[in-house]
Design a protein around this ligand. Structure first.
Ligand SMILES: *Cc1c(COP(=O)(O)O)cnc(C)c1O
Length: 362
């Protein structure tokens, strides 16, 4: 199978083997060493000089942790949403009682940093901004560094969903002065689902001290205090830590610049190939097209769902579909984590062949 959805992503064989290791005491010295090495790896990739927290949950759990650990019911929050994951982040905040103002864009567009600044100026009570770095549903990467600058200049908090960007494209949390940044293991980290990673800045920890949204499992203080003893407060997904320990060795061997460069090159190849097929990208402005997932409109009159089914059943290529209002209208090619140009070439060869078939029979 050529699994080309934007997560879960394929894992290297020896990473999977590392995950198959026998269980040990999750509060013992052996696991403590693994947790230390994995946390060092996370700090390295996030660009953090303080320990990044890890939770046994999926990316959405990480987003929930970000919200409940820094906000209180009734807090005014600006949601910047450019697609379905932006909407999810907003809904989590609403569910816990935040008073959310919505800056929502057409799907395919990127957010305008100046507009974020204007909205914050217009309402000084807005305490925090929720923003998606890489919107996986539309294949658009927001200009996060510029957005962060606007937020920072007005001294509000910036909470970032970097689930499908961190580890694949640059997102240095300290250099960009971000406050809470979330990622998830099954996207660019070359390991299976099961862990979410959460960075918190000094400002985020200060906000945490007075944040009153309810939290128990995701309580960041409990998690940080346990991490200081090199433990998790609850039983962690140990197999994913084993796997991640090995994945970091591979990432260190390639180097962060190498990893980012590979994603950039494969993404450029993917877009070039899509153009040659005569198809159009979902991102309206190609400058914001994602380096981890490419979203493409099916041509008018083509039954996208049927073609995806054929790709899977006849050729073993699993494409991502459209989410929400894009269902059946687009396909997505994931190119993050353990991916080579060859993987994408093979997938797009199949798309080309199926489109040719569809055109002949139309
Ligand atoms: C995958 C993803 C998530 C989280 O999804 P889970 O299924 O909970 O892991 C959140 N945001 C973005 C941008 C994603 O790509």
């Amino acid at each position: 199978m050529n699994l080309r959805i934007p997560g879960p992503t394929p894992c290297p064989e020896d990473v999977l083997q590392a995950g198959a290791r026998q269980m040990m005491n999750h509060r013992g010295p052996e696991f403590a060493q693994i947790l230390r090495r994995v946390t060092d790896g996370l700090n390295w990739v996030f660009g953090s000089s303080t320990d990044v927290l890890s939770y046994t949950t999926s990316g959405t759990g990480g987003l929930e942790a970000a919200v409940v650990n820094t906000l209180s019911p009734g807090d005014r929050v600006l949601s910047v949403s450019i697609g379905s994951f932006g909407d999810r982040f907003k809904n989590i905040a609403r569910t816990y009682g935040a008073d959310v103002e919505s800056y929502a864009l057409e799907w395919g567009e990127a957010a305008d940093p100046a507009e974020v600044g204007r909205r914050l100026d217009a309402d000084p009570t807005l305490k925090a901004v929720l923003v998606t770095h890489n919107e996986t549903s539309t294949g658009v990467t927001n200009p996060l560094e510029a957005i962060a600058r606007e937020v920072r200049a007005r001294d509000r908090l910036i909470l970032v969903d970097a689930v499908s960007s961190m580890s694949s494209v640059p997102c240095p949390v300290e250099r960009w002065d971000l406050d809470v940044v979330v990622s998830g293991s099954q996207k660019g980290w070359m390991v299976p689902p099961g862990l979410a990673f959460v960075y918190m800045s000094e400002r985020a920890w200060a906000a945490n001290a007075s944040a009153t949204m309810p939290r128990f499992y995701f309580d960041a203080v409990r998690t940080r205090d346990s991490l200081q003893k090199l433990q998790n407060p609850w039983t962690p997904a140990m197999s994913i830590y084993y796997a991640l320990d090995r994945a970091f060795e591979l990432m260190r061997a390639e180097g962060l610049e190498g990893v980012f460069g590979r994603h950039e090159a494969i993404a450029a190849y993917t877009r070039e190939r899509v153009r040659k097929l005569g198809l159009s990208l979902v991102p309206v402005d190609e400058r914001f097209a994602s380096n981890t997932v490419t979203a493409v409109w099916w041509p008018k009159g083509v039954d996208g769902k049927a073609l995806s089914k054929r790709a899977r059943e006849e050729f073993g290529v699993v494409l991502g579909g459209g989410q929400g209002k894009l269902e059946g209208k687009i396909f997505r090619v994931g190119h993050l984590g353990f991916v080579s140009q060859e993987d994408v070439r093979e997938a797009l060869d199949v798309v080309e062949r199926l489109l040719d078939d569809a055109r002949v029979t139309a």
